[in-house]
Ligand binder design. Structure first.
Ligand code: 5GP
Length: 182
């Protein structure tokens, strides 16, 4: 595997967390950055493992001291990548993976030009449309709305170096692993 900074981003609900966690389990040399967040922990989440859970004031202080490589607001909470741990892991020669939202990925592109940006995409709009209509729970208007959203999400993917379709967990993990040189 190649050392370097790899950003895995994509639309909400596409399964970024599962794909990254599965790859990291199979390749222990990969360091997955632990983000800081102001969101409260969900049941089962451990401070320092899933996130560094912070109060608003502590997050403000980290912004002020320029401690984040990037940060963004998402769903009413803030999330940020700590610079220091990323630098340490890179200096040790690890591939470092950030699993962050699209706004964060754009900031990494600016501040760390050598980063490799990977967009994890849901299967095609056609596949999504078929899934939505055969499911029978969404009316045609709602399906059209979901498809418009999917198109916007696909458009965001154009600024990335790689596009990986998450139609199958093993296939997506394999594609991502190859991008990291594995
Ligand atoms: P969740 O609250 O479900 O754990 O995460 C919500 C969203 O925030 C996900 O899209 C996740 O990828 C993103 N996220 C997690 N950590 C960071 C981070 O450090 N920076 C940014 N920009 N987004 C993050």
């Amino acid at each position: 595997m190649r050392t370097g900074l790899y950003v895995v981003s994509g639309p909400g609900g596409v399964g970024k967390g599962t794909v990254v966690a599965t790859m990291a389990r199979r390749h222990p040399e990969i360091v997955v950055s632990v983000s800081s967040t102001t969101r409260p922990p969900r049941p089962g989440e451990v401070d320092g493992v899933h996130y560094h859970f912070l109060e608003d004031e502590a997050f403000d202080a980290l912004i002020a001291s320029n401690s984040f490589l990037e940060w963004a607001a998402f769903g009413g909470h803030r999330y940020g990548t700590p610079w220091a741990s990323v630098c340490t892991a890179l200096a040790e020669g690890h591939p470092v993976v950030l699993e962050i939202d699209v706004q964060g990925a754009a900031q990494v592109r600016e501040r760390f030009p050598g980063a490799v940006l990977i967009f994890l995409e849901a299967p095609s709009p056609e596949a999504l449309a078929e899934r939505l209509s055969t499911r029978g729970t969404d009316d045609p208007e709602r399906i059209a709305e979901r498809l418009r959203l999917a198109e916007a999400e696909m458009a965001q993917g154009r600024d990335f170096d790689h596009l990986v379709v998450n139609d199958n967990l093993n296939r997506a993990v394999g594609a991502l692993t190859r991008i990291l040189g594995g």
